[in-house]
Write a protein that binds this ligand. Sequence first.
Ligand code: ZN
Length: 463
Amino acid sequence: MKIAICGIRHESNSFSTLTTKLDDFRITRGEEILQDSFWSSYPDVEWKPILIGRAGPHGLVDKGAYISMRDEIIEGLEQNLPVDGVYLSLHGAMDVVDVGDGESDLITHIRKVVGDDIPITGSLDLHANVSPILADSTSALTAYRTSPHIDGAETRKRAVDHLINILSTGKHTRNVLIKLPLLLPGEYAVTEVEPAKSLYTKLFDIEKRPGIVDASILIGCAWTDSEYTSVSVIVVGEEDSQEADACAVELAQDIWSKRHEFKAEVETVSVEEAVTKAMNSEIYPVVISDSGDNVTAGGAGDTPIMLDELLKAHAEDAVIAGITDPEAVDKCVESGTNSVIKLNLGGKLDTSNGYKKQITGIVGNVVPSCMAVVAMNGIKVIITSDRRAFTDTQGYKQVGVDPLKEEIIVVKVGLLHGKIRDIAKKPIMAMSPGFTSLLLDELPYKRLKRPIFPLDDLSQFNV
Ligand SMILES: [Zn+2]
């Protein structure tokens, strides 16, 4: 059997004033895709790897960037026709300038080339905002079941196995999609914490039922302002079975009944309170999530608001990890370690929520074109050339900072994941402003389908 591999993976933040350019994507093509040993575990399949584009969460995708990747996928498919099936590697929350929902556009173009009959399956991030067009145009969609995400490999395997099953048995499947009028930031749905935990555990039970092939709960991405933004349920069933419809309704009702229970797993307070609580804490390190400027969800990573607050409060033994400012990194490198430096730090990417903060400090370790650390009044600021989430210890070590020795660590992340989650003796979520503000009712939604809970008073939901 001959199966094409393609996809574009992006989580697009509509509130960001920045755009995701072609250069932001890591693109793998052809044989390069097959370098991953996963594909060779299917010796009977003749893979036709075309293109997979991946970029971290950021502003809407630039139209030209998207079209160039899409066109390459379409040309690649045309050259490899006929194929028996297509595996799609997607995130599911891509929005493109002047195009709109990226996955809807991509699947429409793919179907035009391969026709309506061959099966297509796809893997998604659980922060996908799934469109009905994507669900109707594919045989099986399956999403991560963990947040923080640790099951990318298993999810891809499920999507590929579903496709191979359809091709080898001739038994077709279909997606049943239910979109709930529910808007939920990922920070409020950690799969190890209730109510998400038992809802996600139930998926393993549902997929074992007769006639059912797969089940997913998608939290969606609340910062993509799209007509498809919402929590969704997908149950994949055998084509001739009605069981999937009933299971999807059951799951959707379960989620809806628990809508009031989704909340942050950690203390959620204002910026000012976060600093006060951190300074009064008796256990260290305290890790403060600068949640409004969360680079793992499309934040700019350069608002100096937390730094300003720590300086005002005369905090000591604190590290800000980090502030994106390539210009400032270059200045630090030029100035040299141990020199005194004056900087107008940050506020150059997110000019709507951030501002340039004047600081004077001493340059510590520098890594040219990458990062530098500046110390002032007991506070260290790690300045980076690229937007970076300091979720592991490696980044700190690169500039000689030991996070375990700090009392307060501020990260440009919302939900803590990776090593920093283990290091945090006391995690605090600061409701800071930025492109990833958790104050959803203050965000300027334009395309979001209303009414939606919790923005609107919605007590009834009829599936
Ligand atoms: Zn995600």
